[in-house]
Design a protein around this ligand. Sequence first.
Ligand code: PHB
Length: 395
Amino acid sequence: MNISRRKALALTGAAGASIVASPFIRPSWAAGEELKVGLLLPYSGTYAKLGEAITNGMQLFYDQNKDKFGGRTIKFVKVDDESAPPKATEYTNKLVLGEKVDVLMGTVHSGVALAMAKIAREAGLPTIIPNAGANDLTGGLCAPNIFRSSFANGQPGFATGKAMIDAGLKEAVTFTWRYAAGKESVNGFKDAFTQGGGKIIKDITIPFPNVQFQSALAEIASIKPQAVYSFYAGGGAAKYVKDWAAAKLSDNIQLWGPGFLTDGVEKVIGKAGDGVKTALHYVDDLDNAENKAFREAYAKAFKNNASVYAVQGFDAMHLLSVGLQAVKGDAGKRKEMFEAMGAASFNSPRGPFKLSKSHNPVQNFYLRELKDSKNHNRGLAVKALGDINKDCKMG
Ligand code: PHB
């Protein structure tokens, strides 16, 4: 950031307006004018399908609600972040400094999102996170301009731990990718599981995005715990569940995890995943009108079934539309826009959508069971679960 930009920010506050009135500068927010929305998402690697589903969900909401963006038309600009934290700053700057986007949407991977949010916070840019769960993003590092349409990693972990206790389980091994999401997911799980009297026998990790599960599966087979809790997602999750079945562990050991383990990969997993239980803030067969309409429209538009990632993309655009409508398309009126987004309340395919003070969804979590390539709703696991991390001070 150069000195004059720094001064401008100091004058206007952390999330200050970046538009300076001048007769020679046409305001970037003129009614009807294009609003550039930067998408920092994985379009390659183990999370590629997640990035694609989020993008489709965003596109679907926009196509169905073009009149609800305060008179603005939206132009999406995409950057493939490869789920690679070392490249995150460069890729974020491509959108923020290079493309000069008005709004930032990203991303899937917690490590990439933490680097992205640092830049977004300094710029005060309206930012919506449509997946990455790093707890700090709506915890110690929360900011007036940063919103999440997904979850904090501790939430699905906690809900799964609670569901495991309710299922009568008493001991578990954890096995996950070794990075922020895996670690925080396991911590959320442990909070609920140990509070309920459960015992953790062993924690096993492998580096992200490795999919060499064999030696850990052999170790788990020799330990023979009642259950295993695993955070994996995308292509890695599909391979993991298939490897698990092939190793014939299912006969004696229950496989559990946050719903990412089986969401969006049901077809790839096939029968091998029968019986895998998860908890998540979404399940395909949720019985509400928005969900039915959403799933039908998504399947028609993209010849594919909607997943939790598609829902999070859909809701990210819904949240943006609430903000833009409140300021009649003038994205420079950041304070009013952020206030409206923070107070947003609408019906999402996942059910009622609202945010905590730290801009993270407060939402129901459902117990799900995979059977015949479908996640079935087995009832509420935790009702209206909010932030696990309470460190947010908006200032
Ligand atoms: C994350 O890195 O925060 C993450 C990635 C994929 C998921 C969930 C969380 O499905």
